[in-house]
Design a protein around this ligand. Structure first.
Ligand SMILES: NC(=O)c1ccc[n+]([C@@H]2O[C@H](COP(=O)([O-])OP(=O)(O)OC[C@H]3O[C@@H](n4cnc5c(N)ncnc54)[C@H](O)[C@@H]3O)[C@@H](O)[C@H]2O)c1
Length: 115
């Protein structure tokens, strides 16, 4: 079975994308990778949490080793990257977290995709 990692799947946009993919593509294993920050909420996905083609992984996109492990363990053929610090006001209050997730986290996903 091919797998798709969707990052930020517990967020506003990600939860809709995860639900759509889990229901529309039963032949694909959908892995929702989310750190569950203040913005993530698994209650958004109650209706699909028991589906056989769905797995939730609590983790950080900056954790390069974790991403590599997931890619190796599952037959990952696609990534949809939606995890982010998305609130502009917070980026002013806490720019380091913002840059870490949005820049280094995205780099980590890109680098893992190349392997
Ligand atoms: N909401 C919009 O109107 C809109 C419009 C255009 C583009 N976007 C973009 O779409 C993407 C998703 O937006 P959203 O509104 O769903 O955001 P959101 O803040 O609702 O969700 C972000 C998700 O990412 C997770 N997350 C944060 N840091 C993480 C980390 N280090 N590792 C793993 N998971 C982490 C959070 O727990 C949360 O579930 C963002 O890149 C955003 O800029 C959003």
């Amino acid at each position: 079975m091919q797998s798709i990692i969707i990052t930020g799947g517990a967020g506003f946009i990600g939860s809709h994308v995860v639900r759509l993919f889990v229901n529309k593509y039963p032949d694909y294993h959908i892995i929702n990778l989310d750190k569950l920050t203040y913005a993530g909420n698994l209650a958004n996905l109650k209706d699909i949490e028991d589906k056989p083609n769905y797995t939730f992984v609590k983790g950080d996109i900056c954790d390069y080793e974790l991403i590599l492990e997931l890619m190796k363990k599952h037959n990952v053929t696609g990534i949809i990257h939606l995890a982010a610090e998305s609130h502009v006001d917070r980026s002013i209050k806490d720019p380091f977290t913002f840059a870490r997730t949005n820049v280094m986290g995205t780099l980590s996903m890109l680098q893992a995709a190349k392997t």
